[in-house]
Design a protein around this ligand. Structure first.
Ligand SMILES: Cc1cc2nc3c(=O)[nH]c(=O)nc-3n(C[C@H](O)[C@H](O)[C@H](O)COP(=O)(O)OP(=O)(O)OC[C@H]3O[C@@H](n4cnc5c(N)ncnc54)[C@H](O)[C@@H]3O)c2cc1C
Length: 406
């Protein structure tokens, strides 16, 4: 008997079954809420375990209510990175200005959270691992609607039928591809590529970020604490996405070396570290924008449906809020009404947050000398104290109460 059959035997009635593809942020958050609403949940993840790497992430505004309602807020508060300073450097390494990070991000001190990505994925996974079936090292091969569900075959072999299938498998979602076709029409490239990886903290940095810019190029070192490691970040402008590099780590390293060849500051050391890094994460800066997030009994959540790009700093918050809203919409309704409600009630929040890109995100990475001078003048004028209200888009949705089921 598989875990879903066991659950059915225990409950007497057949629970609605759902397969979620992706065990990062959106996937486990959705699993948590759907399990609470009586669904029998299976999560399939192509990696061998939840993937912990990546740059620290922000949880802000409405998303804080999601983690609070999941009982994770105390744990995440303990994991909060108290970033104290953000220093900008000119191309020659001299200082432009040093600010509180919230002056730039719109975060609110004492309320918003910034945590290591792995701390959040770990907290989410721990919250559901006992109640949900996880299939690691596997992924969906095919899916096909049948009379009362979706027939799924797995790459690892075998097939099953689920009442619902949800793609929480990130910006380059395989589920989206199976359902709606290639990524191109939905991917809005924002003109940059970025790489993140960890390297040794030989700089004496602590609780701070230092960012170097020259036109079209940026490099940053982010010390989340007093650790031996820093998060390194390289970002560069590129009119067309370098398609050849996305699936080829060696091509990514070669491209970084070419783009940052004649730079100063700590960039040559960062390039050397990127060559050896085991955790290099490279991607285009872009947004996923879709006219619909579901078709029949298959839906998308998080980056798979509406990646906002790191320029907004809202990818994780949208994934958490989207997961909550999707589960809430499906809690006490049939799938067609539920999926329509998910989209109707969540889209305005998603759009407001995706539009933050137009409200300044990209101006952190100017592509001309003149635009860089103007940005630096603006940063010098920001003052040392952060604003206390945050950006309205971060809190532009009030969560409905969790469903109370009989
Ligand atoms: C290892 C890693 C590092 C990251 N680092 C950064 C970063 O430094 N900066 C940044 O801005 N964003 C980063 N992200 C993206 C960030 O986590 C998301 O923008 C955001 O948190 C939304 O989460 P999500 O759950 O929707 O998507 P994601 O976090 O992208 O998670 C998607 C999950 O689906 C899994 N998956 C993908 N394809 C399949 C498949 N075919 N079958 C089964 N599972 C699949 C992936 O392994 C992953 O676990 C990273 C993501 C990952 C996976």
């Amino acid at each position: 008997m598989n875990p879903i059959d066991q659950l059915t035997a225990i409950r007497g009635t057949r629970a609605r079954t759902v397969l979620i593809s992706g065990a990062s942020i959106a996937g486990p958050a959705l699993a948590y809420w759907l399990n609470r609403y009586g669904y029998a949940v299976t999560v399939v993840e192509k990696a061998a375990a939840p993937r912990s790497g990546g740059y620290p992430i922000d949880v802000r505004g409405t998303a804080l209510d999601v983690v609070r309602r999941m009982g994770l807020l105390p744990r995440l508060r303990d994991a909060h990175i108290d970033l104290r300073r953000l220093t900008f450097l000119e191309g020659d390494g001299t200082e432009v200005t040093s600010l509180h990070p919230h002056s730039v991000t719109g975060g609110v001190a004492g309320r918003d959270l910034e945590v290591r990505r792995g701390d959040l994925t770990d907290a989410l996974y721990t919250a559901v691992r006992e109640d949900v079936e996880f299939l690691f090292d596997d992924s969906i091969d095919t899916l096909e609607h049948c009379e009362h569900g979706v027939d799924v075959t797995f790459r690892g072999g075998g097939g099953r039928t689920f009442d619902l299938v949800i793609g929480a498998d990130g910006m380059h979602s395989h589920t989206r591809q199976l359902l709606f076709g290639p990524e191109e029409p939905f991917h809005h490239y924002l003109g940059y590529c970025f790489a993140v990886f960890t390297m040794r903290n030989t700089f004496g940095l602590s609780h701070e970020t230092v960012m170097w810019n020259s036109p079209g190029r940026a490099a940053a070192l982010y010390a989340a604490g007093d650790d031996d490691e820093v998060h390194a970040f390289l970002n560069f402008a590129r009119p067309e996405p370098p398609l050849h590099a996305f699936r080829d780590p060696q091509a990514q390293r070669a491209l970084l070396a070419e783009v940052f060849a004649d730079t100063g500051w700590e960039v040559p050391g960062m390039l050397a570290a990127a060559r050896d890094a085991q955790d290099l994460f490279f991607d285009a800066v872009g947004q996923i924008r879709m006219p619909h997030w579901s078709d029949g009994r298959v839906a998308l959540v998080g980056d798979a449906a509406y990646a906002p790009s790191f320029l907004t700093g809202q990818g994780t918050s949208l994934a958490l809020v989207g997961a909550y809203m999707l589960a809430r919409s499906l809690a006490d309704r049939d799938h067609a009404t539920g999926l329509a409600a998910y989209e109707r009630d969540t889209r305005a929040f998603v759009t407001a947050n995706q539009q933050l890109v137009g409200a300044g995100g990209a101006t952190l990475f100017p592509t001309t000398a003149q635009a860089l001078r103007q940005r630096n003048d603006r940063l010098r004028g920001l003052g040392a104290m952060p604003s206390s209200d945050g950006k309205p888009a971060h809190s532009a949705l009030t969560l409905p109460e969790p469903a109370r089921l009989a």
